[in-house]
Design a protein around this ligand. Structure first.
Ligand code: FE2
Ligand code: FE2
Length: 399
């Protein structure tokens, strides 16, 4: 693949020239450009293809939030990263849904390299012709589930409190019933007898609730009209299990709240591509299932053989379009191919990969082959020795 184009936007010339110096070592891998305003950024993007845009939050005239939401509308393929200082917490909350990833200011060259490298690897995959062909066969792609979109919108308002969030969930009776059923289920372990969405929101926090609403919404909207030997119910149980395991694993390895929340959401939607392919290409996906079953193949292999692309491509592409956070999109896209994921370290994708393998080990499916643990990547990420411990704690959560 050719070099990716990255555009940096900051109104302070000193910061831009600092970035330029700091990132000089990347010039053979990436095409880096620097502009001083939102207006200049949009003009640049109208004239050139940009893969990743990194913008400052506070800028006179057009601020980072306005710039990135315009980019989302006009250039939806570009990955949107926001650089934020400590004082920007309120604005951060309001840009969730527009921004793929937030980066603290100042970031080290290593962090910038890691984040940009991963964003570029994702862009490379999405340029794949076979994936494009598959996506064009899917027809109209499903939109972001309605209640989730409402939550995203409400959170942009700085006055929005937890009670408002609960009220939005309560408006949709089916959704609130499912949220309550899940938070009272054994997977959450600690909470019993939660009888209202507002208690659930208070106890679980906004991010986990948002993840649940997304997962439930996706599974409701993409529910296929007929099921064959592929059970949507067991895919949902698998997704819940992987979400709970990935979150637990992340909690063992990091104190970074964002990573823990991302692990939960990514676990819930990691196999959304299967659901999408099954509901949009029903006939062909039935062939995929038959092939996986008869040859005892892992799903990705059978999907590649029949569709020339797999559920990680389709799922990552869809949630990327929906504007979910970068680490979530990456975890969905790379959960079966960590070998193509740059800069090994413990991250959301590793948590989901391990959680998926552990779930399949604890709940074996007699009809399909199990995904294989990528020990080499875990080793490079420095966490291979932790795997047995992860298995043990997930085993204790087994329901
Ligand atoms: Fe998968
Ligand atoms: Fe899975």
């Amino acid at each position: 693949m050719g070099k990716q184009t990255i555009l940096f936007v900051d109104d302070e010339p000193n910061i831009l020239s600092g970035l330029q110096r700091m990132l000089r070592f990347l010039r053979y891998e990436m095409d880096l450009h620097f502009v001083e305003s939102g207006k200049a950024a949009l003009e640049f993007m109208a004239a050139h293809h940009v893969d990743v845009i990194v913008s400052d939050m506070r800028m006179p005239g057009m601020d980072g939030a306005t710039l990135l939401s315009t980019v989302q509308e006009q250039f939806p393929h570009a990955i949107r990263i926001m650089l934020t200082g400590q004082a920007d917490e309120d604005s951060v909350l309001r840009t969730v849904g527009i921004v793929h990833q937030f980066l603290a200011k100042p970031s080290t060259p290593e962090t910038l390299k890691e984040v940009l490298g991963r964003a570029c690897a994702l862009q490379d995959l999405f340029k794949n012709e076979q994936l494009k062909a598959l996506i064009s066969r899917l027809g109209q792609l499903p939109s972001l589930p309605a209640v989730y979109a409402k939550l995203q919108h409400a959170i942009k308002n700085p006055e929005c409190g937890l009670q408002d969030v609960a009220a939005i969930i309560e408006e949709d009776l089916a959704m609130s019933a499912k949220v309550l059923q899940l938070v009272n289920s054994a997977f959450f372990g600690f909470f019993k007898n939660i009888d209202s969405p507002s208690r659930a929101v208070n106890l679980l926090g906004l991010d986990t609730i948002k993840g649940l609403v997304l997962g439930i919404g996706v599974f409701t909207e993409l529910k296929p009209t007929s099921e064959t030997n592929f059970s949507i119910q067991s895919l949902w149980e698998h997704s819940m299990g992987v979400a709970a395991f990935a979150k637990t694993i992340a909690k063992e390895e990091t104190k970074v709240k964002e990573l823990i929340d991302h692990a939960f959401i990514a676990g819930l939607v990691h196999d959304i591509g299967k659901l999408l392919l099954f509901s949009s290409l029903h006939q062909q996906y039935t062939e995929v299932i038959a092939l996986a079953q008869s040859e005892n193949m892992v799903f990705c292999q059978a999907e590649q053989q029949i569709l020339n692309a797999d559920h990680t491509d389709a799922g990552g592409y869809l949630i990327g379009l929906w504007g979910l956070p970068g680490p979530v999109v990456e975890a969905v896209t790379f959960h079966h191919r960590l070998d193509q994921y740059p800069t090994p370290s413990f991250c959301t994708a590793v948590a989901v990969h391990a959680a998926d393998v552990i779930y399949h080990t604890l709940y074996p499916d007699p009809y399909f082959a199990m995904p294989v643990l990528n020990k080499l990547y875990l080793d490079q990420a420095g966490v291979a020795h932790r795997f047995d411990h992860w298995c043990k704690i997930c085993q204790q959560m087994k329901v």
